[in-house]
Design a protein around this ligand. Sequence first.
Ligand code: 5GP
Ligand code: ZN
Length: 115
Amino acid sequence: MEKDCIFCKIIKGEVPADFVYQDNDVVAFKDINPQAPVHILVVPREHIASVNSLTEAKADLIAKVILTGKKVAEKLNIAQTGYKLLFNVERGGGQVIFHLHLHLLGGWKSGPESL
Ligand code: 5GP
Ligand code: ZN
């Protein structure tokens, strides 16, 4: 738990979110400002600031984040039509929240808009 981290607060239940998946390692909830018909954030419970903070020791955890993206896509019935899994890395890469998260974007009827 990192003080003042909005995603840590969501994980602790201090800030509400619309969860679509939770287990001991990761949570997934709807993005508050969706950029696609389906826009989910997959977030490890552990506070890791960004992809740049990852080490080999976190290989299993980051694999689980990605596999959870796939699992949630299946659960929400957008897997067959296709989706994007995206990490924004550091400010120059568009990262605004410094608690690592994977964007799951999909649900387009006729192919994705350019992002
Ligand atoms: P980033 O740009 O850091 O990769 O993405 C952060 C994402 O978090 C943005 O898409 C933004 O809409 C979303 N977001 C920011 N604050 C909140 C919040 O309080 N609740 C939820 N559900 N999403 C948030
Ligand atoms: Zn955090």
